[in-house]
Write a protein that binds this ligand. Structure first.
Ligand code: RB5
Length: 152
């Protein structure tokens, strides 16, 4: 059974009430690291929590949701070794796994509705990395992370 780290800020509290049970009905174990309150919180906290859970092997993949998906993805991408992507439709979600080996999916609760979010999540969670020539390109991305880190 795959474990999914789930994170969200206050904008996605209603959406998660439908999406987390959906994921569980599809056979995933969900680690709920997001807020369950509608009072305003800071999305970077949740982007980091999801990315760290994936990095530390507590989850196989992560899903992080804020208003647009952007802020939480920027935060998740700051965790070394993590590739997070914002997807507003299923095609990009599929290729984010197939070609980019992204391990954290982000989307906007103010952008996509529940049904579209389910299709996006399905593509992301059911697609495996293709490897081959894409491994070299993903390695190139991670090399940029290593090189730029040395200058700090
Ligand atoms: C919160 O209002 C909003 O800024 C946040 O959910 C997200 O969209 C940030 O990128």
């Amino acid at each position: 059974m795959k474990t999914i780290a789930w994170g969200n800020d206050h904008t996605a509290v209603e959406l998660k009430k439908e999406l987390i049970p959906y994921l569980e009905s599809r056979g995933y174990r969900v680690l709920n690291l997001g807020t369950d309150e509608t009072s305003s919180v800071d999305y970077p906290v949740y982007g980091e929590k999801v990315a760290m859970a994936v990095k530390e092997g507590k989850a196989d993949l992560g899903i992080a949701v804020c208003g647009t998906g952007l802020g939480i993805s920027l935060a998740a991408n700051k965790v070394k070794g993590i590739r997070a992507c914002v997807c507003s439709e299923p095609y990009t979600a599929k290729y984010s796994r197939l070609h980019n080996d992204c391990r954290v999916l982000c989307f906007g609760a103010r952008v996509v509705g529940a049904e579209l979010a389910k299709m996006i999540m399905d593509e992301f969670l059911e697609t495996e990395f293709e490897g081959g020539r894409h491994s070299r390109r993903v390695d190139m991305i991670m090399e940029i992370e290593r090189r730029s880190g040395e200058e700090e």
